[in-house]
Design a protein around this ligand. Structure first.
Ligand SMILES: NC(=O)C1=CN([C@@H]2O[C@H](COP(=O)(O)OP(=O)(O)OC[C@H]3O[C@@H](n4cnc5c(N)ncnc54)[C@H](OP(=O)(O)O)[C@@H]3O)[C@@H](O)[C@H]2O)C=CC1
Ligand SMILES: O=C(O)[C@@H]1CCC=N1
Length: 272
């Protein structure tokens, strides 16, 4: 299918919605086939100027677009669907980008038979390195999944997962960039502690992160093997690793990702 064969409306074009718009434009989606909606007029003007996409109100977007990508916060999705849900013709594809919300949440608020696809992407979409997981919800056919994939493939890697895995996916790859940024920030601070100028520490750690990530992706080696290759007997690395283990970094990560998964479940419960 040629890029831009469908008119797509990004409903709630905040950070993730904007990433989608810019990614689709980079992939060759024509601007006149892209619609976005916002709550604030100033935001609408900013997006229109930046991307040349059509800014409409929610109901006009529902009427005009063939695909609706819902990119509001989970806490705002109920109110949005109270406004537009009944007006969505059942032949439109609804793609939810909302953390935590199951497709049944949308199914209950949309006309019977509306296809829903649940997607969890992440912010490296900005540099076409997203990890996007895609799940079919009720009434979503193979063609709907293929269309969702066509929209997210230009933004990075895509993977199909059962919807039951989406809260875990959200904890791993949806929130994942934040964990890596936190680690990088902490390691740069450690460089300051060791007396390096901040800019030098930044350059050392960012390039080390990039090099390590490329090796993880391209070598095909297990991370344990890659770590062992750095860890010399009685050397410097094992001294650092002993401290990481003493401070429970591994246990902290297990607990942290479990908390993120639990929060995704809570968001669904609170949204009703
Ligand atoms: N940030 C991330 O890394 C990721 C986020 N997600 C999911 O993506 C979704 C969006 O997150 P994010 O982009 O960070 O959040 P933002 O708050 O940046 O974006 C949400 C946007 O929706 C707008 N909005 C809310 N209600 C309406 C409405 N009724 N009509 C039109 N626009 C509306 C808001 O407008 P206003 O600004 O005026 O309030 C805001 O601009 C969430 O569901 C989140 O779970 C998924 C993966 C990663
Ligand atoms: O923090 C959040 O809730 C969103 C979902 C995944 C990443 N950011």
């Amino acid at each position: 299918m040629a890029p831009g064969a469908h008119t797509v409306a990004v409903v709630g074009a905040g950070k993730i919605g904007e990433l989608m718009l810019s990614g689709l434009l980079r992939a060759g989606w024509p601007a006149d086939k892209l619609i976005a909606t916002t709550r604030r007029q100033a935001r609408a003007e900013e997006l229109a100027q930046r991307y040349g996409v059509r800014m409409l109100d929610n109901l006009s977007a529902v009427a005009e677009a063939e695909v609706l990508a819902i990119a509001v916060k989970p806490q705002d999705a109920g109110a949005l669907l109270d406004d537009i849900g009944a007006k969505v013709p059942a032949d439109k594809l609804v793609i939810s980008l909302c953390a935590g919300l199951p497709t049944s949440f949308f199914g209950r608020r949309l006309p019977e038979g509306t296809p829903v696809v649940r997607v969890m992407t992440n912010t490296p979409a900005l540099v076409d390195e997203a990890m996007t997981a895609i799940s079919a919800g009720p009434h979503a056919t193979a063609a709907h999944l293929a269309l969702a994939e066509e929209m997210f493939k230009p933004l990075g890697a895509t993977l199909r997962v059962p919807e039951s895995q989406q809260d875990a996916v959200t904890a791993l790859s949806g929130s994942g960039p934040a964990y890596f940024y936190l680690l990088v920030e902490a390691m740069i601070d450690a460089g300051i502690l060791l007396g390096l100028p901040r800019q030098v520490a930044h350059e050392l750690i960012v390039q080390t992160a990039i090099g390590s990530a490329v090796m993880l992706r391209d070598s095909g080696e297990h991370p344990v093997k890659l770590r062992e290759a750095v860890t010399s007997p009685a050397g410097t690395t094992i001294s650092a690793i002993r401290e990481l283990e003493n401070h429970g970094v591994r246990a902290a990560l297990l607990a942290a990702l479990e908390a993120a998964r639990d929060r995704a479940r809570e968001l669904a419960q609170q949204s009703g």
